[in-house]
Design a binder for this molecule. Structure first.
Ligand code: ATP
Ligand code: MG
Length: 592
């Protein structure tokens, strides 16, 4: 239970700025409830008028002798009650539901904002489908409870108080018996719903698994088709969907039995009112009018309690979601952000001092890397696949922190810098380029949304992208499709380069995707590299060595260690790994 209380408390904290609205909504609910109960009393008064006539409550208390007038007055009063009940019902639904939308919206925005502060390593360990299910399904689950559940609990309490007051005024004895089932129902409900809790937790887990599987599959649809794995994947979805269904079936088994059980308890309360009240009337200890009010009121009192089951059901479902929402909310970033800004203008001098690093608990991928990249120079990192080239860059961007050693930019330890300051001075083209679903223009301007069309085109020209963009059906306004899937791999790379250049960064970081380029593209890469690296520090990971032969320095990485470095000519003379790779790539005989 403490967890649930803290779940409710947390929602309440989110609702705190809206407490005025909560009070307003509660007031509407209260007024609506009063208007709901009054007609029942009026029915009793009507019966009183008909049965007792001149001796009726209205005649004696208010001096209205004519029975027809009495009836008219009562009918009009009844009409007003109904109209006001509708009005307050509308206002209360409006206020509660808007309130729940607002709270939900704020939780969603806050949660997304929080998730964005978490470090890259955390995202690598978390499935995006699972996150999606929290940011989407779980928050929607909350809606179902906040929309109706919270107000119905308040209305239920009001109901018991109001009806209880009428009952007590009419006959304390009957009240005792009519109210007898209430504690049983409440206690029973809570016990009952408690047993539902673990079942709903399972339902939430199952839905997360389901959405994560669907998400992964949709992302890999071309691979699925290429390997004709459609049937296998359909089976996999069938399985997780079935798990979800079964988790629900388990919960439904319990939750569906609830109302019928409550019904039986209500029957006992109703029977008591009927019998005891009837006995009192027969022995002239109670007026027929009051008796009829009590019989109607018992219905009013006890039936809404069946709704308690559904409300508690929604509550349990919502709390299972709240737990997941706030568990995610309480994940703390493990790489504290620095506060210092880089001194402007950024020169772009990079130093890696004895940097060692491994992913998670794994082995060291980088071992004691020492690298100096003076401001304004172009340096290349080369080496076999898996040598750790991209990892060096990920440390430079501070997507991860080294296990030991330090990374400096302009002599500042990057751990002490704010992320904005660090990353704003860099233009980064990653190995697996990501484009957003939008136009070519929007994608290039991603790092500088205020750029003019002319600046965008200049950046595209520097990246040797302008020509092919103009050849696209809508030029710069062509929509690239999700993840840029409507463009070729090389075109995506060019766009991503244009995006990096448009920022005019002090440091340009290029993680080249592939060595498999044709001669024309290779020439284009060389031209654009020569162009875009001018006047800034550039770090280029190259698979195609000819593209970096003019670099000021080339670092050769082997199994996480720098084994050689120097200019192209120095390295060729050195006759190490670089010289061997060079000979292979230029087609010279290895022994030649
Ligand atoms: P390539 O030329 O193929 O791009 P690379 O030199 O860029 O290779 P890295 O991406 O730096 O290689 O990877 C170095 C090693 O780190 C590899 O063995 C890889 O399996 C491992 N690795 C890379 N990223 C992760 C990660 N997120 N989690 C765990 N291990 C990783
Ligand atoms: Mg790489």
């Amino acid at each position: 239970m403490p967890q649930e209380i803290s779940g409710l408390k947390r929602i309440w904290q989110f609702a705190a700025p809206h407490r005025g609205k909560v009070i307003l909504a509660t007031t509407y609910s209260t007024l609506g409830k009063i208007m709901d109960v009054v007609p029942e009393i009026l029915i009793g008064v009507v019966i009183d008028v008909i049965v007792r006539g001149q001796g009726s409550f209205l005649a004696v208390q208010f001096g209205i002798a004519d029975r027809w007038t009495q009836l008219l007055i009562l009918t009009i009063a009844n009409g007003f009650c109904w109209i006001f009940e509708s009005l307050f019902g509308y206002l209360s639904a409006l206020t509660w539901r808007n309130l729940s939308q607002t709270i939900e919206h704020e939780i969603r925005v806050d949660l997304y904002g929080h998730v964005q502060t978490l470090e890259v390593a955390w995202f690598e360990d978390t499935t995006s489908g699972g996150l999606l299910s929290i940011l989407n399904d779980d928050i929607n689950q909350l809606e179902r409870f906040l929309d109706g559940g919270a107000s119905s609990i308040i209305v239920l309490i009001l109901n018991v108080i109001l009806v209880g007051a009428v009952f007590y005024a009419s006959s304390p004895l009957v009240t005792l018996f009519a109210f007898l089932p209430i504690p049983i129902i409440i206690f029973g409900s809570i016990q009952y719903q408690r047993s539902l809790k673990p079942r709903y937790a399972k339902v939430r887990e199952a839905v997360a698994e389901l959405s994560s599987t669907i998400n992964t599959n949709l992302g890999g649809i071309t691979t699925i088709k290429a390997f004709t794995a459609e049937n296998r994947e359909a089976d996999r979805i069938t399985k997780v969907s079935n798990d979800y269904r079964e988790a629900n079936v388990e919960a439904i088994k319990y939750s569906a039995a609830f109302v019928p059980l409550i019904r039986m308890v209500i029957l006992s309360g109703f029977t008591c009112t009927l019998l005891i009240g009837g006995w009192l009337v027969l022995h002239s200890k109670m007026q027929v009018g009051i008796y009829s009010v009590l019989v109607f009121m018992t219905q009013r009192l006890l039936w809404p309690l069946t709704g308690l089951g559904e409300t508690l059901d929604q509550y349990q479902r919502a709390m299972a979601s709240v737990k997941r929402i706030f568990d995610l909310r309480s994940v703390e970033p493990t790489m504290p952000e620095g506060t210092k800004p880089l001194i402007q203008p950024v020169r772009g001098e990079i130093t890696l001092a004895n940097v060692s690093f491994g992913y998670g608990d794994g082995v060291d991928i980088l071992k004691g890397i020492k690298m100096d990249i003076p401001a304004g120079e172009t340096h290349a990192i080369v080496g076999a696949t898996g040598a750790g080239k991209s990892t060096v860059i990920r440390l430079l961007m501070r997507f991860h922190d080294p296990r030991s050693g330090q990374v400096f930019i302009d002599g500042q330890d990057i751990k002490k810098l704010s992320y904005t300051s660090l990353r704003n001075c860099m233009g980064y083209v990653s190995q697996d380029v990501f484009l957003f679903h939008g136009t070519v223009r929007e994608n290039i301007a991603y790092g500088r949304p205020d750029a003019t069309d002319q600046e965008i085109e200049e950046a595209a020209q520097s990246a040797e992208a302008h020509e092919f963009i103009l050849a696209l059906p809508e030029g710069y306004d062509t929509v690239v499709g999700e993840r840029g899937q409507k463009l070729s791999g090389g075109q995506r790379q060019r766009l991503s380069l244009a995006r990096a250049i448009l920022r005019d960064p002090a440091i340009l970081v290029l993680d080249e995707a592939t060595s498999a380029v044709d001669n024309e593209t290779e020439a284009a890469i060389q031209r654009s590299l020569a162009h875009v690296t001018k006047g800034r520090t550039s770090v280029v990971i190259a698979h195609r060595l000819s593209t970096v032969r003019d670099a000021d320095r080339i670092w050769v990485l082997e199994a996480g260690q720098v084994t050689e470095s120097g200019t192209h000519n120095e390295l060729v003379l050195n006759n190490g790994l670089y010289a061997a790779l060079w000979r292979v790539q230029t087609g010279e005989s290895i022994h030649g």
